[in-house]
Design a protein around this ligand. Structure first.
Ligand code: F6P
Length: 323
């Protein structure tokens, strides 16, 4: 292997730049040429490819977002799109790829390898932390800390006005962001897709809290919760508790930005090195991750199809701590 390509795909995540930087520098360290592919699979199809040097990634480790830009590509989902992408890679004689992204990115990589045989190793880059094969994904720690900072601020105003705040956090169909936000933010209730919380349970918890002289409450709602959208949930609870003064806040994309925490810079750097060295060891169709503090590689197919369950003990923690 002499020339590798690197791209970021799907939702951006803080720490992706640390990972790109590590990939570029590890490639240079091992005497490989490295090419940056812009805008994920879209840029691969269109040939948005340029050579990167060690200095190309100077002054990037502390930056949020991704210097390579990102996209969710519809074209790459078609056989014609993937053929065009392969032709672009051939033009640059790229013979290995590093993909930074989530399950959609790895699903694309998996099929691309099956069709064209190009070796691909991935790094888990998503704030959602929902990937099987790694304890943490790049960007998760920063996103949780960003959300917590906002929740602390909301708590101040909730307390001043004796209000109930329903706060929606990201996570697509996973509650990984919601759990530490609820525990670290001192929430009374957490609603996540992995464990059903009924409206009756929310109403009961609030009633019990009031009977114990609590005056303000925080309810963390994961965006994928089965009880519905945060405003719908708040509306139903409001009907059952007409005296409640409720507000909703959707934290949204603020959770995706900002300077990566130390943990995400470390993780991005470690996994970036692991991707390049994995390719050099002959690995393909695998994601580099950290499990129990050890570097591990997991087949893409497992990262796409297997579920990383949430330990129910964390939900119990919220119940105990909100007494
Ligand atoms: O996967 C990361 C994520 O931020 C999810 O938490 C969220 O559901 C989704 O991306 C939002 O995607 P978009 O930025 O395309 O609206």
């Amino acid at each position: 292997m002499k020339k590798i390509g690197i791209f970021t795909s799907g939702g951006d995540a803080p720490g992706m730049n640390a990972c790109i930087r590590a990939v570029v520098r590890t490639a240079v360290y091992h005497g490989l040429e490295v090419y940056g592919i812009k805008r994920g699979y879209n840029g691969m199809v269109k040939g948005e490819i340029s050579k990167l040097e060690s200095f190309s990634v100077s002054n990037t480790i502390q930056k949020g977002g991704t210097i390579l830009h990102s996209a969710r590509s519809k074209e790459f989902m078609t056989a014609e799109g993937r053929q065009r992408a392969y032709e672009q890679l051939k033009k640059y004689e790229i013979d290995g790829l590093v993909a930074i992204g989530g399950d959609g990115t790895f699903a694309g990589a998996n099929i691309f390898h099956e069709e064209y045989g190009i070796p691909i190793v991935g790094a888990p880059g998503t704030i959602d932390n929902d990937l099987y094969g790694t304890d943490y994904t790049i960007g998760y720690d920063t996103a949780v800390n960003t959300a917590l900072d906002a929740i602390d601020k909301i708590r101040d105003t909730a307390d001043s006005h004796d209000r109930v705040f329903f706060i929606e956090v990201m996570g697509r169909d996973s509650g990984y962001i919601a759990i530490p936000c609820a525990i670290g933010g001192g929430a009374e209730i957490v609603m996540i897709p992995e464990s059903e919380t009924t409206i009756e349970k929310v109403v009961d918890t609030l009633r019990t809290g009031w009977s114990r002289s609590k005056t303000s409450f925080i309810v963390i709602v994961a965006e994928g919760d089965v009880a519905g959208h945060v405003t719908e949930i708040a509306g139903k609870v409001q009907s059952a508790l007409p005296h409640m003064d409720a507000r909703c806040t959707i934290l949204g994309h603020v959770q995706r930005g900002g300077a990566p925490t130390a943990a995400d810079r470390m993780l991005g750097s470690q996994l970036g090195i692991a991707c390049v060295e994995g390719l050099l060891e002959g690995r393909t169709n695998e994601m580099a991750g950290i499990a129990n503090r050890e570097l591990v590689y997991t087949p893409f197919i497992d990262t796409i199809t297997k579920i990383k369950p949430i330990n129910p003990y964390y939900i119990r923690m919220v119940d105990i701590l909100s007494v």
